[in-house]
Design a protein. Structure first.
Length: 77
């Protein structure tokens, strides 16, 4: 499976990954990403593409609503 590192593994939108846009660290190194949100990423996509800031903020706002919205979309099993 080919993974596009510029695409959020949850919403499939642009994740604005700094590693691929500019040399240097990505914006996500300075953001605390909830472990429960990382758990929603399919195993084959973990650590291969950044979760976008929109998903991080939406998850923090309402984790249950976020999971209900995206779990069926990302569940590949």
């Amino acid at each position: 499976m080919r993974v596009d590192p510029t695409i959020c593994p949850i919403c499939k939108g642009d994740n604005n990954c700094g590693l691929h846009a500019d040399p240097g660290p990505c914006w996500c190194v300075d953001v605390e990403i909830p472990a429960a949100l990382i758990d929603l990423v399919p195993p084959e996509l973990k650590r291969k593409a950044c979760i976008c800031l929109s998903c991080i903020e939406a998850f923090r706002e309402d984790p249950e609503l976020f999971a209900a919205r995206y779990c069926q979309k990302i569940d590949m099993s």
